[in-house]
Design a protein around this ligand. Sequence first.
Ligand SMILES: [Zn+2]
Length: 63
Amino acid sequence: MEALENVQLFCPYCGESIEILVDRSEGDQDWIEDCSVCCRPMELSVTGTHTGELHVQAHQEND
Ligand SMILES: [Zn+2]
């Protein structure tokens, strides 16, 4: 099973669709990543569901 998974989400600042690469072997995680479109830092949180799907949320860093 591939540990790296592409996840598509929307930037909380500019609303553009972006793709991030998530390492599933790391489990649940939070990190800061700059939007590739507007370059503002967004806080990403990844959780795995019991069905094996990834649930990714993007927040503005200063929320
Ligand atoms: Zn953006």
